[in-house]
Design a protein around this ligand. Structure first.
Ligand SMILES: O=C(O)CCC(=O)C(=O)O
Ligand SMILES: [Fe+2]
Length: 538
């Protein structure tokens, strides 16, 4: 049994309450009896329907991305439901902050959602109705096992990997040329590559000096933040487009079918997405700037080449996805990266609205028309791009990610004593992306195997682990920020993060509060990294 108090900004993400032998969940609402709760204040208990996917061995129950039942709280109201593994998914709607000018005599306008909640369990040993093994059976079907098991195949979006074939053609390329010029994977950018990249990127980032500087920084940090990656001209077009698109509730569609959707299941994530198209359209001028970014620029071989040079890594394949996190709705829960080889992850922030807790950038785009379409020479760059070190504290006044992330805890299946997880004021409007160190158990295991967790806090999200002589083993304690945050970035316009993500590193996007001034927009890309030993054979 627990008492939870939700004040404006508080919410609880989707979960199924399954822990151990819980059978029935109940909630007794203790809102202010003298100020009847209003549905528009939020705070409703919302239930998610499930659907059965697959057949036979592949059969799994999966919750739909949207809730179907909404139960606003009320003084002295009792709600209860059966706890069913993989089925009893529910969440608590954000308690919305009072809008400007809305009446209300006290700070929260009376929006204090207090409730007592608890669980009745199946009969325990010695109790009437006790069935040996019943609890174990329940546990096996828990959402935790769903999380790791066969239900994954029904998750959306599924990765769509694009393989590169060395000299793959981009539109505007002279066929075959790139291939001839390419000596090894990390070849210099050809004149064609430069011409192509200059249609999108700030010229500064394409100069050999900058690329070299970036690769040195990256070697130290395993991560980079690049501001103003997109050229002023392209950025201005794109911004205009996204600002217009923000007025609709969808993600801008693609000519090809089946590329857009809503991420699910909601106990892992929810956001609108669009995959990069498999083929870049024949006519570039029929593209919106959003299409051009997603279908042409980021999946291009030229961009991969540049990324390879900027990181010193040999890259194999990519999976590019545009995302829109709608305020008051969307988030991702922390998920761990479990592949044995690290992967390179980029995120281009293209959120046009302000007020995300990051320093307010002056509008830098607009005027600069110098980056002409036919391509400036790289010497003629305006150095308005800026790379910063990953261990630099995030710019801005507050660091909302320094709070604990209990607001989004997947409590049902992982914690024994969940709390209501109220978000605090320092959470701001959310929407930021965070990389966090995974479970410490791994590190202990590594230590036992004579592996070292480097003690260097500037290592970035890579949290590189190297084999080390057990005699010089140092404990990982104090190695990273105390709260385990390795890297974070708030929504912003035209900034790119590049992070080498190691096995076990967690990543999530904090729920975007309805109080945000807009939605979080970004484009993310995952790139396969060819291990160094194999490079010779490539
Ligand atoms: O407060 C509510 O309406 C539901 C709370 C809940 O789901 C929980 O605490 O697990
Ligand atoms: Fe619950």
């Amino acid at each position: 049994m627990a008492i939870n108090v939700y004040t404006p900004g508080c919410h609880l993400l989707c979960h199924d309450d399954v822990i151990g032998s819980r059978r029935v969940s109940y909630i007794l609402y203790l809102t202010d009896p003298d100020k009847p709760w209003r549905a528009e204040w939020g705070g409703a208990l919302r239930l998610y329907p499930t659907e059965t996917m697959g057949e036979g061995e592949e059969r799994a129950l999966v919750p739909l991305p949207d809730f179907s039942v909404v139960i606003p709280p009320a003084w002295n109201q009792l709600s209860f439901f059966a706890v069913q593994p993989g089925e009893s998914f529910h969440d608590v709607e954000e308690v919305y902050a009072r809008g400007e000018g809305e009446p209300g005599e006290d700070v929260d306008g009376g929006r204090v959602r207090m409730a007592i909640s608890g669980w009745f369990h199946i009969p325990q040993e010695g109790e009437e109705g006790y069935e040996p093994g019943a609890e174990e059976k329940l546990a096996a079907r828990s959402s935790l096992s769903q999380l790791e098991g066969k239900a994954d195949q029904y998750d959306l979006p599924q990765p769509r990997w694009r393989e590169y074939d060395g000299g793959a053609q981009e539109d505007g390329y002279e066929k075959g040329k790139a291939k001839l010029e390419e000596v090894g994977q990390q070849a210099e950018l050809s004149e064609d590559d430069l011409q192509f990249l200059l249609r999108f990127m700030t010229p500064h980032y394409l100069t050999p000096d900058t690329v070299e500087e970036l690769s040195e920084l990256f070697a130290d940090e395993s991560s980079l933040r690049l501001s103003n990656l997109l050229s002023p001209k392209f950025s201005a077009h794109l911004r205009e487009f996204v600002e217009e698109a923000e007025k609709n509730s969808e993600i801008p569609s693609s000519k090809a079918d089946g590329l857009t959707g809503k991420a699910r299941p909601p106990h892992k994530h929810r956001f609108l997405y669009r995959h990069a198209a498999d083929e870049s359209p024949e006519q570039a001028d029929a593209q919106t700037p959003y299409d051009a970014l997603l279908d042409t620029f980021l999946p291009s071989t030229a961009f991969k080449k540049w990324l390879s040079l900027a990181t010193g890594l040999t890259l194999s394949r990519s999976n590019v996805l545009a995302r829109r996190f709608r305020r008051g709705l969307d988030y991702t829960l922390a998920t761990s990266y479990d592949e044995p080889e690290p992967q390179l992850e980029i995120c281009l922030a293209i959120t046009p609205s302000k007020g995300w807790g990051e320093e307010e950038n002056e509008d830098e785009e607009a005027e600069d028309d110098e980056t002409s379409e036919d391509g400036d020479t790289i010497e003629h760059d305006k150095a308005n791009g800026r790379a910063s070190r990953a261990d630099e504290p995030p710019r801005g006044k507050k660091a909302p990610w320094n709070g604990t992330e209990n607001g989004d805890a997947q409590k049902g299946s992982t914690a024994a004593a969940p709390a209501a997880a109220p978000a605090t004021e320092t959470d701001g409007v959310g929407g930021y992306e965070v990389y966090m160190a995974g479970d410490d158990d791994d590190d202990e295991e590594d230590a036992a195997n004579g592996r070292e967790v480097t003690g260097d806090r500037s290592t970035g999200a890579g949290q590189r682990r190297r084999r080390a002589d057990p005699a010089v083993y140092r404990s990982g304690g104090g190695a990273e920020d105390e709260d385990g945050v390795l890297f974070s970035m708030a929504p912003s316009w035209n900034n790119m993060s590049i992070v080498l993500r190691d096995t076990g590193v967690l990543r999530f996007v904090k729920y975007v509060s309805r109080a945000a001034r807009g939605d979080r927009w970004d484009v993310v890309g995952d790139f396969g990294v060819v291990p160094e030993e194999d490079e010779a054979e490539e």
